[in-house]
Write a protein that binds this ligand. Structure first.
Ligand code: EAX
Length: 329
């Protein structure tokens, strides 16, 4: 054989061997989306998950994080997960209710007594029932991490009783349940995607409601004067995968990812809870005026009305609400 041809064949063989070795070594990329930025509650969970997957399967799987609105709003991310343009996501529970109505039950106002009760129910059969229900919309539900208990802030007046809410323009998540809740409490709610700093600054809205970590991380204390510790809704995140994508994974990978997300969620909930008191001190230090003991009975009495609204009329939603109300009695 001609020497040149032989050299060429040799080179080709070396290239093919090198390419297939590289292929075997290259980890497959999992695309995971959160709407919020580094340091936020969603991101802390995502980052921990990324770390755990690297430790446990770093030579086969690699998690790439998309954050800070780079994929659009939480509703946009959910749509991308449905279509498997994104593989996984950590999303605040609110926007899920337009995809699967019964998930809103977890956000029912004043449902949970404390974190212990949250963990007991969400990590038990009722939580599993919610995770499974997501499959109807093309999501594989893996675990619950959290935003935390939500509190009201506004620029108009200190809110001490539900009467003080009257007429306030409050931004709510893209969720039917949150909109209805604030209407019932007497506010004028406007659904808007996250983030909302500019709208608060410009005065398009008077207030908003979110857990303390969000007020701190997104510097909302710069554009909001009054904070009331209402704790009106426990705001979970649901940590999901695209069901279509999930079904293509070998069982061992499904198990590894489920465990990693579960561990990340437990870690993140502890992180969130340990930091609540610190965030409150920092918000006070930054000049927010805090009403720490509002008349919650007045809020609860009015929020009760939600139970009998159309929001919960759909049979599966009704049945799940009854179960959660019974379990938290
Ligand atoms: O974490 O849109 C919201 O109010 C959410 O709480 C947001 O994810 C901030």
């Amino acid at each position: 054989m001609n020497i040149i041809l032989r050299l060429c064949l040799g080179l080709l063989t070396v290239t093919i061997v090198a390419l297939s070795a590289a292929n075997a070594l290259a980890a497959r990329t999992i695309r995971l989306g959160v709407v919020t930025m580094p340091g936020s509650a969603q991101y802390v969970c995502a980052e921990r998950f990324q770390q755990l997957v690297a430790e446990r399967a770093g030579d086969t799987l690699e998690v790439k994080l998309f954050h800070s609105g780079s994929l659009g709003s939480e509703t946009d991310i959910l749509q991308q997960v449905q279509m498997n343009a994104v593989d996984m996501a950590i999303i605040t529970l609110g926007p899920f209710d337009t995809f699967v109505p019964e998930v809103k039950v977890i956000s029912f106002p004043f449902l949970f007594r404390d974190h212990e009760q949250v963990d007991q129910l969400l990590d038990g059969p009722l939580g599993d029932e919610v995770l499974t229900s997501l499959e109807r919309a093309g999501f594989k539900g893996l675990a619950f991490s959290e935003n935390g208990f939500r509190n009201l802030t506004n620029n108009t007046r200190p809110v001490r009783t539900v009467d003080d809410v009257h007429g306030l323009k409050i931004r709510v998540m893209e969720s039917a349940m949150h909109k209805e809740l604030w209407k019932t409490l007497g506010a004028n709610p406007t659904p808007m995607a996250w983030p909302i700093y500019a709208e608060l600054q410009q005065g398009t809205i008077d207030g908003q409601e979110n857990p303390l970590s969000v007020l701190w991380v997104y510097k909302l204390f710069e554009v909001q004067k009054y904070l009331t510790l209402t704790g009106h809704v426990y705001s979970a995140h649901i940590d999901i995968a695209s069901l279509a994508w999930w079904k293509t994974l070998p069982q061992a990978e499904q198990e590894l990812l489920t465990r990693a997300m579960h561990d990340a969620a437990l870690y993140q909930r502890q992180w969130n809870r340990q930091n609540v008191a610190g965030f409150l001190d920092q918000l006070k230090g930054a000049g927010m005026q805090v009403v720490s003991d509002p008349d919650l009975a007045s809020f609860k009495a009015q929020a009760e009305g939600l139970k009998n609204m159309n929001l919960f009329a759909e049979p599966r939603t009704r049945a799940l609400l009854e179960k959660f109300l019974e379990a938290t009695k």
